[in-house]
Design a protein around this ligand. Structure first.
Ligand code: CA
Length: 481
């Protein structure tokens, strides 16, 4: 296990002085926004013109993955640069200890003005921020309560617009104050498009008369997968409630007919929520350009994980499958980044280290990721990772997804459903037979066929198991035999 160390403030001082001002960092994160619902990533079902501006003028990361595809743990990874087994935030129920080191503290100690606005979802108050105004827990879409520096206030309006407005107000206050001499670090965290996908009034009737294209795997029957896929209870229609689809579920519809019907209701509300997020991204980008701060600001748009948009017949996330594993990540910094697409394997584990790199601050030794700043210029370090380690802990909780860990390389993915709760909070203490899956992503990018038992892949299985062990050892996680 890595030692939990807390940095002396001397380590957080700028490494070298240079003439150029250190950049501001505007980090915009949505909740459950899959990259295949962003037009810059090739979405065929919606347009996101403002988010696309970041791709047009900056870098689009095509292999950015989360290390644990669930809200609270991913947020802890992003703030600390550490895996869930190190942060202790393995499940939705685990708080992030405010005493722990995090990137906001390091940036603040290094001279940044720091702000956190929107969905926090780490159970205890934020630490490391000069200003914070957060939703309690998941928060509400309409007329939400916010907690501003410890004080609860109810607001009137649509949550996504309010988060955009509060972020803009904070930026204006920074711009008008003496703090302007210090660069800013603002985390603007939207609640949308998280379940139950409640759109704002502006887009309530968007797509009303349109049939949205269905994904190829909407009618997946899970025949060639581990039982874990078939047993998950997150099927569009079948495992939805009236709150999800906003009308009574028709009792006469079953199976694929129900899935077909519910998909349209689900995806339209999901996309309507995203349209408001896109508007509010535009609001902040317009402010940066109109005030002359565009050149000196690193802007990021991402989500805490991916999401199934009817893929495999599902909504939700959790599985190590591509749609939930992949995070959108767009980054613009006009002084340094040229329009480009990056294919290196990058992780939410790397975000904190990358921010510190831009801020010219030292990365503490107990962070487990690595800055990808140079990768964005096509200059990946020669020893950049060729594989990534993933672990989901909430055994059978919520949507009945079995706990699992695995490794993904450029071509293959090996997943092990170890069949136990292992004492994780919120997990269900009920054993299942362990199962393995191997996918050949080159031949089977949608992961429809588990080739673990196929003799022609025996060598691949052996190599991937070795790589899995190596990564677990490297990151200090404990295998489940
Ligand atoms: Ca999430």
């Amino acid at each position: 296990m890595l030692r939990r160390t807390f940095l002396a403030s001397t380590l957080a001082a700028p490494l070298v002085g240079t003439a150029r001002k250190r950049p501001n960092i505007l980090y915009i994160m949505a909740d459950d926004h899959a990259s295949h619902a962003i037009s810059a990533y090739g979405s065929t079902i919606n347009r996101t013109p403002h988010i696309d501006r970041l791709a047009r003028d900056g870098s689009r990361l095509d292999n950015c993955f989360c290390t644990n595809s669930i809200c609270t743990p991913s947020r802890a990874v992003i703030l600390t640069g550490q895996y869930s087994h190190v942060t202790g935030v393995k499940t939705l129920n685990d708080p992030l200890d405010p005493a722990r080191q995090n990137v906001a503290k390091l940036l603040r100690d290094g001279g940044y003005s720091t702000g956190m606005i929107g969905k926090w979802h780490l159970h205890k108050d934020p630490s490391g921020f000069d200003y914070w105004n957060i939703l309690p827990g998941q928060g509400a879409y309409y007329d939400p309560v916010f907690i501003e520096m410890g004080e609860k206030k109810k607001h009137t309006g649509y949550c996504t617009d309010l988060i955009g407005d509060f972020s803009l107000d904070w930026l204006k206050r920074w711009d008008a104050s003496k703090k302007r001499d210090n660069p800013f670090f603002l985390m603007c965290h939207h609640k949308a498009p998280h379940r139950p996908w409640q759109p704002g009034p502006k887009y309530a009737s968007m797509l009303r008369d349109v049939k949205v294209d269905e994904p190829n795997s909407l009618y997946d029957d899970y025949a060639d997968r581990a039982a874990a896929a078939r047993l998950a209870t997150m099927r569009v229609g079948e495992h939805m409630t009236k709150t999800d689809v906003k009308v009574d579920l028709p009792p006469n519809l079953k199976g694929n007919d129900l899935r077909r019907w519910a998909y349209q209701l689900y995806i339209k509300d999901y996309l309507r929520c995203i349209q408001s997020v896109d508007d509010n991204v535009g609001k902040l980008l317009n402010w940066l350009s109109s005030t002359g701060h565009e050149e000196d600001t690193v802007v990021i748009y991402t989500s805490d994980q991916g999401f199934f948009l009817g893929d495999h017949g599902w909504f939700d996330k959790r599985f190590m499958y591509e749609e939930s594993l992949r995070m959108p990540f767009l980054i613009r910094y006009p002084r340094e980044i040229k329009p480009s697409v990056n294919h290196d394997i990058t992780l939410n584990l790397d975000f904190a280290e990358t921010f510190l790199d831009y801020a010219r601050l030292k990365v503490p030794a107990d962070m487990q990721g690595r800055s990808f700043r140079q990768n964005l210029h096509g200059k990946a370090p020669a020893d950049w990772r060729k594989s990534m380690y993933y672990r989901y802990w909430m055994h059978l909780a919520d949507h009945g997804v079995a706990a699992h860990y695995g490794v993904r390389t450029e071509r293959y993915k090996l997943i092990y459903y170890y069949g136990k709760a292992l004492g994780s909070s919120g997990a269900i203490n009920q054993d299942r037979p362990p199962e393995w899956e191997l996918f050949d992503l080159l031949k089977d990018p949608r992961e429809m066929r588990n080739v673990y038992a196929d003799p022609s892949y025996a060598m691949v299985v052996s190599d991937m198991k070795k790589e899995l062990s190596r990564l677990q050892q490297n990151y200090g996680d404990t295998p489940c035999e």
